[in-house]
Structure formats: structure tokens, C-alpha cells
Design a protein around this ligand. Structure first.
Ligand code: TMP
Length: 205
């Protein structure tokens, strides 16, 4: 596969979308074809799955939640990500399978290995060449999110401890695969974060 696959990760409120947008613009200005996408909800099927995952009112069993994220991802990779990479394009996704390992594996207390295996099975083993992890303490991320003025969804209503667990699971993942991860301190300015990301991406294009 000849394209470049980049994922953005981090707890809610760290500024992933802003950084992904800025990277997309920078790459497009260089003449690259970029597919900017997200999980859950990067496809028509995914939009339906996202409604359940983020807005379902009653209980959702942790394994059902993990399976729905995996289903969204399976369709996303098969119908959008893999074809774009095969065309030699750059794919930037706001969240990918590390989100499941951190949120479902660690946050929901399922096995991280099982969740990782489920997700990798769903995507036929497709890993990003680069994963940008934006890191911020959970309290700080929450207050940024609260300032955004949008209603919190089903996951965003979780307690602060949940997000601390997710954050430390992400940092563990980055430690295990330092060559795939770029950990960026999200307390610095938007411009500084973007400069670090561009410096790393420059070596891949
Ligand atoms: P977002 O699009 O605003 O980031 O919302 C997606 C939410 O879903 C966010 O709270 C993280 C969560 N999530 C998981 O728990 N597991 C996953 O695999 C993915 C992709 C997202």
C-alpha cells in the first residue's frame, strides 16, 4: 500500500480536530490528496452506529460498546481508508483503534489485549504509520471541553477518573510503540503543537 495513514488520539477536549484540520490544510497546500475522516462515524453506516454509541439513552453493555466501535472501524477501513491508501493518498483520521484499547480496554475494564485483537481483526491488521497522541490532564481537558459550549455526549458524561484511566492507557500504548507514536504536550499553543506534528510528518512525505 503506497499511501500514508495518520491517526490522532487523546481524551475528549485535547484539541485533536483542530490539529487534524491544520495538518490537512498544510498537506493539501503542498498538493497532496488528503482524506480527512473520523471514528466513529466516518461512513454512512458509521453515522448510524455513532448515534447509538454517543446518544443511546439506556444501558449499553461494555462488550456491545466495544463491538459497535469495532463494527464502525471495520466498515470505515474497508470502504474508505484502505481504498484511499491504495490510491496513494494520505488518510488523517480523528481516532482509530487505540481509542478502543484506551476507552473500552482500560476505561471500561475489558481486557486491553482482547479489545486490541478485536479491533485488529476488524481492520485486517491495518496500523497507522503515525499516531499523534495529544496529552493533557483530564481536568484540563474537561474544562476546555466545557468551554466549547456543546452538550456532553454519553461518553463525555463519564467521571474524571474514567478519563484519567484512559489518559494513562494512551501513555502506556505510546511507550510500547515509540516508533509509531508522537506524544505532544497539549498544554502548549495550537501553533507549537502543529509545528511538532509537521516536523514529524515531513519525514514521512
Ligand atoms: P468524538 O468524535 O467527539 O471524539 O467522540 C467519540 C467518542 O467516542 C469519544 O468520547 C471517544 C469515544 N470512543 C471510544 O470510546 N472508543 C473508540 O474506539 C472510539 C473511536 C471513540
Amino acid at each position: 500500500m503506497s499511501g500514508l495513514f495518520i491517526s490522532f488520539e487523546g481524551i475528549d477536549g485535547v484539541g485533536k480536530s483542530t490539529q487534524a484540520d491544520l495538518l490537512e490544510t498544510w498537506l493539501s497546500d503542498k498538493g497532496k490528496t488528503v482524506v480527512r475522516t473520523l471514528e466513529p462515524g466516518g461512513t454512512d453506516v458509521g453515522v448510524e452506529i455513532r448515534k447509538i454509541l454517543l446518544h443511546h439513552k439506556g444501558d449499553l453493555a461494555p462488550r456491545a460498546e466495544a463491538a459497535l466501535f469495532a463494527a464502525d472501524r471495520a466498515h470505515h477501513v474497508a470502504s474508505k481508508i484502505r481504498p484511499a491508501l491504495e490510491r496513494g493518498e494520505i488518510v488523517i483520521t480523528d481516532r482509530y483503534f487505540d481509542s478502543s484499547v484506551a476507552y473500552q480496554g482500560a476505561g471500561r475494564d475489558l481486557s486491553r489485549t482482547e479489545v486490541r485483537d478485536l479491533s485488529l481483526w476488524a481492520v485486517g491488521g491495518l496500523l497507522p504509520q503515525l499516531t499523534v497522541l495529544l496529552d493533557l490532564p483530564a481536568e484540563e481537558a474537561r474544562s476546555r471541553r466545557n468551554n466549547s459550549g456543546t452538550e456532553p455526549d454519553r461518553l463525555e458524561r463519564e467521571k474524571i477518573e474514567f478519563f484519567e484511566t484512559v489518559r494513562s492507557a494512551y501513555l502506556d500504548l505510546a511507550k510500547v510503540e515509540p516508533e509509531r507514536f508522537l506524544v505532544v504536550d497539549a498544554s502548549v499553543s495550537v501553533e507549537e503543537m502543529q509545528a511538532q506534528i509537521r516536523a514529524r510528518v515531513s519525514g514521512l512525505i
